[in-house]
Design a protein around this ligand. Structure first.
Ligand code: MSP
Length: 555
């Protein structure tokens, strides 16, 4: 058994969750579920990043203390995740004492190594990024940050510096020896050339504001928010056992957006090297969800509300949780993990109909319909198998193997492609084997072979979709007369299908119901009205106008 520890970035609480921030968290949860199915001891962490100038200002603008402000928004994140079927093992807030103590410990380790010194910090600062910008990065006129499109400000203040330049060669050596450390490959090359172009020492404290963790021994300074934030992945593993199991001996995977890659692949490993701590195995950078080609973000006022989408699709799919499954599927299937993806409601509806309804849902309902008619709603006794039956069974084994390999390499879109190709192959098998015609001929043994093969493949499929469609997997299994893939921690290895299972002949199947009812033309129109207000529908439900605020809901 291996240990697997997956993390999301911790989210700034200057904004409520939106689809862009939900994206990483959904992927992390799906990956967590896959590893559970494989029998790994698995842990997932998410949380909120609550210190820094950006948050202090935002609180002040709303006439609140930073403490009150961050508590409210952090709660919005914490409440949202379970409603998207995300079950993180821990939720960290950087204002928690348990985190602060460990960050101080990290600071002391780095200071003891002689890697911190006092200096003077000056440059052009973007508060949105909580980072300095170089002049040539800025958009003109107005000295704007290219990501936030807001003016940078000139800063100068005393600061502690971390001796990052000292780690230039050790980092390059590390990347060389650990090719899987930065993924995907294109991102690895970016980081490599950034480091090769020379590293400057990094300012890691501030004196111009208060909202942060005081520097041990010099409380006029608060720690730079990124120093504090990056430490969260390690700080939450509080006791020796958890630390050893997951940080030292586990496979640690940080999922991050491409905008925060440098923090995770340059600063973070350098801090860890300095502190004498093990480095994570992989930092995987994904792309941005865009609307009309622009990054979805609060600053650009074009965000989409994930719960609004889950609710709207929930009206069709039978429950909010079912709607959350639909959203999870769309995000993981439509976007190649690692690349940008443009968000489009009309395309979502089309994909729902094609993949979830006409492919997987249809396979389930026609198989169960045939069983109701031909086998008295029971798992039939299988007869001898033909080459065609064996071929589908082999295909199922192969699809499970290939999908697992794609999950391992963090390519959920490919894992789903394999999974749904298997479902499609099973639909073709129904057409070709025509069990209704065998029944007319009175060949009960043949009917038994065909339908038992289909039921076994559906059993495998219900496991393979669980990481992405946990609610629908349970419904599917219920209809097949099987118990849910357990949600308990440490699920046994047997769950990921090695081969279609086979059951006792005569076992009762459950009650059939449309898993994903079809959305017809009228239904699609109504759904679009809910998802995207009328004036926004010019471009199929998404809009390039920065004021777009589609998808209703409380979040
Ligand atoms: N607080 C820092 C992360 C600290 S991790 C030690 C931060 N927070 S953030 O809230 O601004 O962004 C968090 C993550 O959300 C980033 O990985 C960012 O890339 C991601 N996304 C924000 N908008 C996004 C999209 N439109 N699309 C995809 N991901 C997006 O940075």
């Amino acid at each position: 058994m291996s240990r697997f520890y997956v993390t999301t970035p911790i989210y700034y609480v200057n904004d409520v969750p939106h689809l862009g921030t939900a994206y990483t968290t959904i992927v992390a949860d799906a990956v967590r579920r896959f590893h559970l199915l494989r029998g790994d001891e698995t842990r997932m962490l998410t949380g909120t990043d609550e210190h820094g100038l950006k948050i202090e200002r935002e609180a002040r603008e709303r006439g609140m203390t930073p403490g009150e402000f961050v508590a409210g928004i952090s709660e919005r994140f914490r409440e949202l995740w379970p409603r998207l079927e995300i079950e993180a093992d821990d939720f960290v807030r950087t204002t928690e004492k348990r985190h602060e103590h460990r960050v101080e410990e990290l600071w002391r380790k780095i200071a003891a190594k002689g890697d911190l010194y006092l200096g003077d910090y000056a440059g052009l600062y973007c508060v949105g990024c909580e980072d300095l910008k170089t002049e040539k990065e800025l958009l003109q006129p107005g000295n704007l940050c290219p990501l936030h499109r807001t003016p940078v400000q000139a800063v100068r203040e005393p600061s502690y510096f971390f001796a990052l330049s000292k780690y230039e060669q050790p980092l390059l050596d590390w990347y060389e020896r650990h090719p899987a450390f930065i993924q995907p490959e294109s991102r690895r090359n970016e980081v490599l050339s950034f480091v090769k172009s020379g590293l400057k020492d990094l300012s890691v404290s501030r004196t111009s504001f208060q909202w942060g963790i005081p520097v041990p021994g010099d409380p006029k300074h608060v720690m730079y928010v990124w120093f504090d934030a990056l430490a969260n992945y390690w700080s939450v593993l509080q006791d020796r056992d958890a630390l050893k199991a997951f940080w030292n001996d586990g496979k640690v995977v940080h999922l991050v957006g491409k905008d925060i890659l440098r923090f995770h692949t340059v600063y973070w490993p350098a801090f860890l090297m300095s502190a004498g701590l093990p480095l994570p195995e992989t930092v995987f950078a994904h792309g941005f969800l865009t609307i009309g080609g622009q990054k979805m973000s609060k600053t650009l006022r074009n965000t989409v509300k994930p719960l609004g989408i889950a609710k709207a699709f929930g009206e069709v799919a039978g429950s909010e949780a079912g709607g959350a499954d639909v959203l999870r599927y769309q995000l993981l299937r439509a976007i190649a993990f690692g690349q940008d993806g443009d968000f489009d409601f009309a395309a979502m509806i089309e994909r729902y109909n094609a993949d979830l309804c006409d492919n997987l849902g249809n396979l389930l309902s026609r198989t169960l319909g045939l069983c109701a008619k031909l086998t008295d709603g029971k798992y039939p006794p299988p007869g001898p198998r033909t080459a065609e039956d064996e071929a589908l069974r082999e295909r199922a084994v192969e699809a499970a193997r290939a999908a697992a390999a794609h999950w391992e390499e963090l390519a959920p879109h490919r894992a789903l492609e394999e999974t749904f190709a298997l479902s499609n192959a099973a639909n073709v098998y129904v057409d070709r084997t025509a069990p209704w015609a065998e029944a007319r001929k009175g060949d009960t043994a043949r009917v038994g072979t065909i339908l038992s093969t289909l039921l076994d493949v559906l059993d495998s499929l219900s496991v393979m979709v669980w990481p992405v469609l946990p609610k629908k997997s349970a419904e599917m299994r219920g209809q097949l007369g099987l118990g849910p893939v357990t949600q308990e921690r440490n699920v046994a290895l047997k769950w990921w299908p090695q081969q279609p299972v086979g059951r006792e002949a005569g076992e009762p199947l459950g009650t059939a119901a449309a898993l994903f009812p079809k959305i017809d033309r009228d239904g699609a129109k109504k759904l679009l009205d809910v998802l995207a207000p009328k004036e926004e529908q010019g471009t199929a439900g998404t809009s390039p106008t920065p004021s777009a605020a589609p998808a209703t809901g409380t979040l």
